[in-house]
Ligand binder design. Structure first.
Ligand code: NDP
Ligand code: MG
Length: 385
């Protein structure tokens, strides 16, 4: 029986993790869970899974439901309450919160020597060097949940250190990759939130539409598999059947294929190297009429290009990129800025923040504060005009 600490239980990934746990109650249990502000779903989850510890970030949302919560669970509430959900009893910590908040969860799990199933990509983008160094020192494994990285891990036979020549990440392209630059400039929030092949949380759905998600995934791959940026290729694959590939020295490319469903990588992060059934049906190759691949039209997706630039520069710039993107995406979701303005705010933060080594959490936290301040001030300035 594997005891899971689940951080981000009410989100798209979190709910699917609970689905896996429900299907295999003899293999998994939830020892703790943590959410942000969706108090009603949080309450239902606590009632259903009876964790030892449950935490909610939003104190006023917690007060709405607290009368109706099981008394056998211990609760923590407030900004950093998520960290109290990383309990000693856990065998694995699933980090499925969104954004920079994931970084301190990952660092705490490493400090406590807990294996990590990592969905939160921003933690590696912001603190890749620090996280991988500390994980190595503490001998803490990080299992990828992101489908592309899971695919690569599978092609490497679950050995992240296996020699290869390069990685090929696939991207669905999101809803806009066939549009012209001018058409992309005019897209609405509703259009951007409609992903053609995946059903995900709001931030990653917007990131997929700008292709920032693929930029963040290049960063994630760089640190997870300890491979230089120039050996990570990206291709558009609109069918989302090939989830990524590894290229070996002898000319062989190994790819992982399945229908697009996060249940597979989520479950595998909990069971690898064993494979057990999921609800996803076997791929029927005869009915797949075609699989297509295209180069990324980088000129239409500045967020993708900026991510590569940030990663090449290294230091704190990937963190500045990730945080500025996060701030701009949430401003877009609040309809304060246009879709096409997201890359402008990212490059503004990247230009204004002076680069330095990213070797402490404190440094990354101050870069986060500064990048947010730059983006917020620029948006406010524009809104006042
Ligand atoms: P969602 O927005 O759907 O969910 C985010 C979750 O995190 C929610 O449960 C939210 O709570 C919770 N949360 C946010 N901040 C905090 C905090 N400070 N403390 C505690 N809980 C918090 O996101 P997704 O599930 O889509 O994505 C999660 C992560 O996984 C992201 O980093 C994303 O990039 C990555 N990922 C997601 C994929 C997907 O298919 N969705 C695929 C690959 C990677 P609440 O809702 O209650 O406020
Ligand atoms: Mg992905």
């Amino acid at each position: 029986m594997k005891k899971i600490a689940l951080l981000g239980s009410t989100g798209s990934i979190g709910v699917q993790v609970l689905g896996v746990v429900s299907r295999y109650p003899e293999l998994f249990s939830i020892v703790s869970l943590s959410a942000g502000s969706n108090a009603e779903l949080f309450r239902e989850q606590v009632k259903a899974f009876r964790p030892k510890v449950a935490t909610l970030k939003d104190a006023s949302a917690f007060s709405r439901v607290k009368e109706n919560l099981p008394t056998t669970t211990t609760y923590a509430v407030g900004e950093d309450s998520v960290l109290s959900a990383i309990v000693e009893e856990a065998d694995i910590v699933v980090v499925a919160v969104v954004g920079f908040a994931g970084l301190q969860c990952v660092l705490k799990a490493i400090e406590m020597g807990k294996p990590i199933a990592l969905a939160n990509k921003e933690s590696l983008c912001c603190g890749g060097e620090l996280v991988t160094r500390l994980a190595k020192e503490k001998n803490v494994p990080i299992y990828p949940v992101d489908s592309e990285h899971s695919a690569i891990w599978q092609c490497l036979d679950f050995d992240k250190t296996r020699e290869c020549v390069s990685l090929t990440l696939t991207a669905s392209g999101g809803p806009f990759w066939r549009l012209t630059k001018e058409e992309i400039a005019g897209v609405t929030k509703a259009q951007a939130l409609k992903h053609p092949t995946w059903n995900m949380g709001a931030k990653i759905t917007i990131d997929s539409a700008t292709l920032a998600n693929k930029g963040l995934e290049v960063m994630e791959a760089r640190y997870l598999f300890d491979i230089p940026e120039d050996r990570i290729e990206v291709v558009i694959h609109p069918e989302s059947i090939v989830h990524s590939a590894v290229n070996f020295a002898d000319g062989v490319t190994m790819a992982q294929m399945s229908y697009p469903n996060m249940e597979i990588p989520i479950q595998l992060a909990l069971t690898a190297p064993s494979r057990i059934p999921t609800t996803v049906k076997k791929l029927d190759l005869a009915t797949l009429s075609q699989l297509t691949f295209y180069p990324v039209p980088e000129e239409k997706f500045p967020c993708f290009h900026l991510a590569r630039q940030a990663l090449k520069a290294g230091g704190v710039l990937p963190c500045a990129y990730s945080v500025a993107n996060e701030a701009a995406v949430f401003a877009f979701l609040r309809e304060e800025i246009r879709f096409s303005q997201i890359p402008y705010y990212i490059s503004l933060a990247m230009d204004k923040i002076s680069n330095e080594r990213a070797d402490t959490y404190q440094t990354l936290l101050s870069v986060k504060t500064e990048a947010e301040r730059i983006v917020t001030a620029a948006i406010r300035g524009q809104l006042c005009k």
